[in-house]
Ligand binder design. Structure first.
Ligand SMILES: Nc1ncnc2c1ncn2[C@@H]1O[C@H](COP(=O)(O)OP(=O)(O)O)[C@@H](O)[C@H]1O
Ligand SMILES: O=P(O)(O)OC[C@H]1O[C@](O)(COP(=O)(O)O)[C@@H](O)[C@@H]1O
Ligand SMILES: [Mg+2]
Length: 530
């Protein structure tokens, strides 16, 4: 799939050179109808601005580039160096190893002949010129939030990428998440130290929730002389990274802040999917197989499997689609009910009569509203402020058992499998390892080129630098009025549990979360001033 654009809207290739955007766009007048917007902030004495605003470049035919910050936005006269990769024997033979300064990637690849070209992100990759010298770099890596297959691979590849590609040999590992910046030890990471870590699950750096004290974290970054910060973590972590970036920018420090999105739940928007997701879906097959074997080995056997997915049911949906042994998949985005016509109990009875067994997969966040009606509702949160969930797997298993015992309709034989933490702790599979390598290398290239305040990730198959605000504005969720959920419903034959209200709400949600590019001026949407 070719999804990379150069500059202008539907222009001929001969015009492309003229339409080139600068590698990092400031409040610049651009050629031929391109306009760059960055709200003009009050300048601080050291040249820093007091608050960063979205950097938006617009062009012909509704072209919009949502650009990422650059150190030169607030540090005047930032020196430039030749990229050492140009003398690296592994890369110098590559026909065009460096990314074109004006390469951008469209967020939407399905377009209409007369529709605008829509939002684009800056393409990731090595730049001809960099803004750090190799021996100047002092990088650090931190991992935060829940575990996810692939964390160690990303750590390994950041360390190796910095060292092999840019000759950087000072990389610190921050121990135990954000709080490790100010309350724990650091470890020195070299290619030798990280050589084998991708074969292990978890994170060699340790992780934690809570403990994000921005001032203490940035003080520690400043005190240690760190100038590249690689922050690997989920939606909470990326919010934390954004705040750290703002503080660093406010202090006018030459420190690149780079987010690497980690989420086993795949709940981060914009990017195609998160690392570890494939490994997780694959590992979930083992639990589903076990549930299927148990269910088919007895009369009226029911296997219930709980998978992770706090607010987003992607793991359950994909594991169900992959398996074909699942008769019902429950996710947080699709409310369901138990009793009455069209309810879960009725469906279970029908399925058992038809085939004598069934498998139910539930995401951990499914049916929480039902649980809080029937169990005592708790509003407990974890250290990061995430709502602590009640065990839907246990609850639904018990509810099904009670229902069939009470009605004395049929004797059922139910087995509940909770493989959630076993799945989360595995090392990443081969395809996730390759993905993690690309993510890590893209992150390193971006920081070396002076970009900052961004999350790296694939958009339509191309790695991009995405501004934090785009990652943090919403959660990625299964849209139950989309084709993928319809595919699942047709593969399991389960009831949709959809009432007219739910369908209307789902449509409304979708309209709110996905910017309606066809009829909207993005400049108005972002409320940026020229
Ligand atoms: N809104 C926020 N602002 C600053 N830091 C945050 C925010 N939300 C979460 N964090 C921090 O990010 C880290 C990880 O967040 P958490 O929600 O536990 O996991 P994840 O990043 O995997 O979603 C924690 O240290 C938490 O304190
Ligand atoms: O690790 P904990 O605190 O038990 O939390 C479990 C949660 O962590 C996750 O595995 C990942 O969530 P995060 O990406 O927010 O860290 C969720 O699927 C699950 O709900
Ligand atoms: Mg999270």
């Amino acid at each position: 799939m070719e999804a990379v654009c150069n500059g202008g809207g539907g222009v001929s290739s001969s015009k492309l050179a003229f339409l080139k955007l600068p590698d990092h766009t400031h409040n610049t007048h651009l050629p031929n109808g391109f306009t760059s917007f960055q709200v003009t902030e009050k300048k601080l004495s050291m040249g820093a601005t007091n608050n960063s605003q979205p950097k938006i470049v617009t062009g012909e035919a509704g072209y919009v580039l949502e650009d990422v910050p650059h150190l030169s936005d607030y540090i005047p006269d930032l020196p430039t160096y030749t990229n050492p990769l140009q003398d690296n024997p592994a890369y110098s033979a590559v026909r065009q190893y460096f990314v074109n300064a004006d390469d951008t990637v469209p967020q939407k690849v399905v377009v209409h002949a007369t529709g605008p070209r829509g939002i684009h992100f800056r393409r990731a990759g090595p730049r001809q010129k960099v803004h750090f010298e190799s021996d100047e770099v002092r990088a650090c890596i931190v991992t935060c939030g829940g575990l996810c297959p692939g964390l160690n691979t990303v750590i390994r590849e950041i360390v190796c990428g910095l060292n092999y590609m840019y000759g950087v040999n000072r990389v610190l590992g921050i121990d135990g998440g954000y709080r490790g910046f100010y309350s724990r030890n650091t470890i020195s990471l070299t290619p030798k130290v990280v050589n084998d870590i991708h074969k292990r699950g978890g994170t060699v750096l340790g992780t934690s929730r809570g403990g994000h004290v921005t001032k203490k974290i940035v003080d520690s970054i400043q005190d240690r002389g760190i100038n590249q910060v690689y922050i690997i973590g989920g939606d909470g972590t990326q919010k934390g990274a954004s705040v750290i970036f703002e503080e660093i920018r406010k202090r006018g420090l030459k420190v690149a802040v780079v987010g690497v999105p980690k989420t086993i739940d795949n709940d981060i928007p914009v990017i195609d999917k998160s690392f570890g997701f494939d490994s997780t879906v694959e590992e979930a097959q083992r639990a589903i197989n076990a549930a299927h074997v148990e269910a088919t080995s007895v009369e009226n056997g029911i296997g219930v499997v709980k998978l992770m997915g706090r607010n987003s049911g992607f793991i359950a949906m994909h594991a169900t689609l992959a398996s074909r042994d699942v008769d019902c998949c429950l996710i947080p985005e699709s409310p369901f009910y138990l009793d009455g016509p069209g309810g879960l109990y009725e469906y279970i009875e029908k399925r058992l009569k038809e085939q004598g067994h069934m498998v139910i997969v539930t995401a951990e966040g499914a049916g929480q509203e039902l649980l809080s009606q029937s169990l005592q509702s708790t509003d407990q949160q974890d250290a990061s402020g995430n709502k602590l969930l009640q065990d839907v797997g246990l609850w639904i298993s018990q509810s099904i058992k009670n229902h069939f015992a009470k009605e004395q309709k049929m004797a059922i034989n139910l087995k509940y499998i909770d493989p959630t933490y076993m799945i989360r702790a595995i090392p990443s599979n081969a395809s996730d390892n390759v993905y993690c390598t690309l993510l890590a290398q893209s992150a390193v290239h971006g920081a070396m080129a002076g970009y900052t305040g961004f999350t790296v990730g694939p958009v339509n198959g191309r790695h991009c630098y995405i501004p934090f605000h785009r990652i943090n504005e919403r959660q990625h969720k299964v849209v139950i009025t989309d084709r993928m959920w319809a595919r699942l419903l047709s593969s399991t034959n389960q009831p949709s549990f959809l009432t007219r209200d739910i369908i209307e709400n789902a449509k409304k949600d979708k309209e709110e979360v996905v910017p309606r590019l066809l009829d909207e001026n993005p400049i108005n949407r972002k409320k940026v001033a020229c």
